[in-house]
Each structure stands twice: as structure tokens, then as C-alpha cells.
Ligand binder design. Structure first.
Ligand code: C2E
Ligand code: CA
Ligand code: CA
Ligand code: CA
Length: 276
């Protein structure tokens, strides 16, 4: 143990101490923010081939006192490491379901769906399936309007258990999307086995499509493979009309990106709903 302690010390310099301290501060603040209900849920529109809004992806935001936002890219990994993601993820699910319930009360918005990101650690909690069922029931929403987005990291840890959980929720009508497709390792071999409804092309491929032939080839391959497997395809990070046109020409089903709308707080959604 003494030996181990010495090794640890050897790698521990002031710079690393600063990183560790910053993390510890961020973690303490995250705990406070959870207690104070300070997180916010933003919604980014998804549109169909005709540009009509069909729903939204729920995206977490952490506003600080000065008005600045901590990026989810920064706090989600920390929330996963510390386990805070379990409580945070449940809050996201409840908030998204409450919004679906509101949309369902109005004839003009009842067809809209909401996609919720579920991290691997959250998905593999023993009571995950039960907590989703309870949340959906309590909100009295149509489960067919709820979509759960998983990444490959959620699948890889235990494929059979993942399939079992997905099927149990799909039996209620909940849909599943495979997020960030193309960035992981073993997507192709699992795609056939896993009961996904939809696949999201990672925004890095969409961004590089125009300049990089291999990105374009990957996008085309994803589109034809997905359609052959009966999966719907959503392209992420669509910023330019040329990207939309290319994707549409090759059969992409749905689109998300700044071209159609940034993630917005629900209060700002009125304008989008005017477009429907
Ligand atoms: P993601 O699930 O891939 O979400 C898409 C990200 O792309 C979002 O970043 C969104 O704001 C951004 N985006 C959308 N359209 C465009 C575009 O046209 N151009 C560019 N450059 N970016 C675009 P955001 O909101 O910062 O979220 C980052 C990541 O944090 C998400 O990536 C997701 O992995 C994670 N995250 C966000 N909310 C949640 C949550 O509630 N639960 C979990 N587990 N993870 C979340
Ligand atoms: Ca996502
Ligand atoms: Ca994504
Ligand atoms: Ca991502």
C-alpha cells in the first residue's frame, strides 16, 4: 500500500491538483443545483422531409447565476462518474413527459414526440424500466410519443440485458433511437439484433460530408443500411440547406440542426408551433 501511495504521489503535480479541485467544486455545485432544481430542459425541433416539425429532442442545460451555461459536454460525463446522472436523468424524463402531457391536451400539438437522452449508467440501473413505466403512467401520456436515445456505450456493456429492457419498454409503445451512430466500434453487428426504431447519424459526418468523400460515403452507407433494416434515419447537426438537400435526395427521414432551430426553452416554442 505504501508503494502504491508513493506511485500516486509521483504522478500528482500541482496542475493535476488544480484539475481535481475544479472537478470537486463542479461536483459540489452540481449537487446544489440538483437540490435547488436549477437545471433546465431545452427542446430542439426535429422536422420531417417537408420541413414540418414532428417533435423535439430534450437537452439539459445548467444555467449559472450570471446567465452563463455549463455545457452538457462538461457536466454530463461528471454526472455519470458521480452517479448524479441517475437523479438528473429521472428529472429529465419527468419534465419531458410533463411537456408531452401538455402537448397532448391540444389538438394541434398532440402528434409531437419528444426524444430523451438516456446515459448508459442510468439505463443499467436495476429499476430503470420500472421508473420509466411509472413516469409514463403518472404523466398519463401516450408512450408512443416518447423516444429514448441510447448510445453504443449503453448497449455494449450487456447486449442481452439491453435487448430485454428495450423490449419491455417497447411493449408499451416507447420507441428507441441509436444516438451518435457511426462514432462507436461495433454498430453494424449489433444493429440487426437490437430493437431500435431509429438511428441518428452523428453530426460529425453531416458536418464533413461536403469536404470529405469518406464522410459522404459513410452517410450514404448508413442511409441504405438503415432503410434495408427498416430503421428510420435522423440526421443531426444539419446547418446548411445543401446538407439538407443532399440528405433528402438520399432518403433521410428526419432532420435536426441549427438550420431548423436551436435548442430552446419551452417558452420560446410558440413560434415553432405556429409553423405546424
Ligand atoms: P447529443 O445527444 O448528440 O445532442 C446533440 C447536440 O448537438 C446538442 O448539444 C445540440 O445542441 C447540438 N446541436 C444540435 N444541432 C446542431 C447543429 O446544427 N450544429 C452543431 N454544431 N451542434 C448542434 P448539447 O445540447 O450541448 O448536448 C451535448 C450532449 O450532452 C448531447 O449530445 C448528449 O450526449 C448530452 N446530453 C444533453 N442532454 C442530456 C440529457 O438529458 N441526458 C443525457 N444522458 N445526456 C444529455
Ligand atoms: Ca441525443
Ligand atoms: Ca447525437
Ligand atoms: Ca454527441
Amino acid at each position: 500500500a505504501k508503494q502504491e501511495g508513493r506511485d500516486t504521489l509521483r504522478f500528482f503535480n500541482p496542475e493535476m491538483q488544480a484539475v481535481v479541485d475544479a472537478h470537486a467544486r463542479l461536483e459540489a455545485r452540481m449537487h446544489e443545483a440538483l437540490e435547488a432544481n436549477a437545471f433546465r430542459l431545452f427542446f430542439q425541433p426535429q422536422v420531417n422531409r417537408r420541413g414540418v416539425v414532428i417533435g423535439a429532442e430534450a437537452l439539459l442545460r445548467w444555467p449559472l447565476d450570471g446567465g452563463a451555461m455549463v455545457s452538457p459536454a462538461e457536466f454530463i460525463p461528471l454526472a455519470e462518474d458521480t452517479g448524479h446522472i441517475v437523479r438528473l436523468g429521472l428529472w429529465v424524463l419527468r419534465t419531458a413527459c410533463a411537456q408531452l402531457a401538455r402537448w397532448q391536451m391540444n389538438e394541434r400539438t398532440r402528434h409531437l414526440k419528444i426524444a430523451v437522452n438516456v446515459s448508459a449508467r442510468q439505463f443499467h440501473q436495476p429499476d430503470f424500466v420500472a421508473s420509466v413505466k411509472d413516469t409514463v403512467r403518472a404523466a398519463a401520456i401516450d408512450p408512443g410519443r416518447l423516444e429514448l436515445e441510447l448510445t453504443e456505450s449503453a448497449i455494449l456493456s450487456d447486449v442481452d440485458e439491453t435487448i430485454r429492457r428495450m423490449n419491455e419498454l417497447r411493449a408499451l409503445g416507447i420507441r428507441f433511437a441509436l444516438d451518435d451512430f457511426g462514432t462507436g466500434y461495433s454498430s453494424l453487428s449489433y444493429l440487426k439484433r437490437l430493437p431500435f426504431d431509429q438511428l441518428k447519424i452523428d453530426q460529425s459526418f453531416v458536418r464533413d460530408m461536403a469536404e470529405d468523400e469518406s464522410s459522404e460515403a459513410i452517410v450514404l452507407a448508413i442511409l441504405s443500411l438503415s432503410h434495408a433494416l427498416g430503421l428510420e434515419v435522423v440526421a443531426e447537426g444539419v446547418e446548411m440547406p445543401e446538407q439538407r438537400d443532399f440528405l433528402r435526395q438520399h432518403g433521410c427521414d428526419a432532420y435536426q440542426g441549427y438550420l431548423f432551430g436551436k435548442p430552446l426553452p419551452m417558452e420560446a416554442w410558440g413560434d415553432f408551433l405556429e409553423m405546424i
